[in-house]
Design a protein around this ligand. Sequence first.
Ligand code: F1P
Length: 350
Amino acid sequence: METETDKEIKEQFEAWNAVIRNVQKERKALCRFLSHLNGAEFVFIGCGTSYYLSLSGAATYLGITGELARAVTASDVFLYPQSLFTRNGKCCGIPISRSGETTETIWAVQHIKDQLNIETLALSCTPDSKLVKLCDQEFIVTEAAEKSVVMTKSFTSMLLIIQFLAALKSEDKKFHEQLEKLPEQGSQVIEKFEKVAKEIAENKEIDTFVFLGQGPYYGLACESMLKMKEMSLSVSEAFHSMEFRHGPISILNNESLVILLMSESSQEQEVKILKEVKELGAKTFIICERFTNSITNFADYVVELKSGLSDYSRLILYMPITQFLGYYRALHNGLNPDNPRHLTQVVVLD
Ligand code: F1P
C-alpha cells in the first residue's frame, strides 16, 4: 500500500534541509530575538505530538545554553497559569503547532499575551495560521507539513529548529556544525534501518510496546509511543528509563517489547535495566550510537547509528526508526496509517 505517511517518513531529511536553509536565511532575525530576550526563561508550549516535542526541545535548549527552559501543555497554560508562571518572572512563550490552528495552543498564547504580557515566538509549518498571526515572531518550515494526520517529519523538523535556536543562543559552533550533518545522516538511517523496523513490527510474538528514554530522549520515547498508538492501535507506553522499575515494569510479559532510545549519558544505567527486562521474559530493541558487548548480551534487536554526533545533536535520527515501527505495525494489523481511528489533523474546540 503506497501511503502519504510512508512518503513523509522517508522524505523527512529533505524537510531538515529546509530548516537549515531557513536558519541561514533568518539567522540575523533569530539572533536579534534571542539577544532581546536575554535571561528570559523559554517556555515551550504544545499539545499531543507538539507537547512531546516541547519536552525534548526544552531539555535540549537548557542542556546546550544553560538558560532556563521547560515544556508545558497548552491546556495547563490557560487552566493553571498560577502553577506555571510567577508574577515577575521574565519568560518567552514558544508555542509549537504544525497547523497553527489547535484551539488549546491559541487559547494558551492569548492568555500569556493578554494576562502576563509575555512575548511569543511561534514554531509552525503553516505561515498564515491563527497562531502565527497572534505571535510576536515566527519560524516557519512549510516543507515539514504532512498531508497525513499523524505528525512525523513535522515533529523532527520543528525539534531541529529548537536545536538550532540553542546553537545560536550558545554560539556553540561545534553543535551547529553537527546539526548541519543531520540530513545526510538521516537519509542513511532511513535507508539502512527501515527493514529492521518492519521485521520487528511483523513479529507475531509481540503485542505490547514500551518506549524508554532519559533526558531529551524521554520526549522522543513519548512521541514514539504516540505514533505506535495512533497508527496501530497497540498497547503502547513511554517512561523515563530509570522510572520503569518504579512500578510500570509490572506490565512486562513475554509478549512485551521494550524499545530503548539509549543515550551515551545514561547508557551505563540503561544496560542494567535491559538485563532486568530480559530476565522478566520481555524482548528488547535498542537504538544507540554505538553498541558494546554489554548491550548485545541483552538485545534481541539493535540499531547502531554510528553518527559521530553528540547526545543532544543526534536526537532526531532515532525518530524515523520508531515512526516506521508504528507504521509497519499498523499495516501488520490491517490498518491504514493515513487514516488513524478517531483522529483529525487538527483539534478545534468550540
Ligand atoms: C498537534 C496534534 C497532534 C496529534 C494529531 C492532531 O497538532 O494534536 O499531536 O497527533 O495529529 O494534532 P498541532 O498543534 O501540532 O497542529
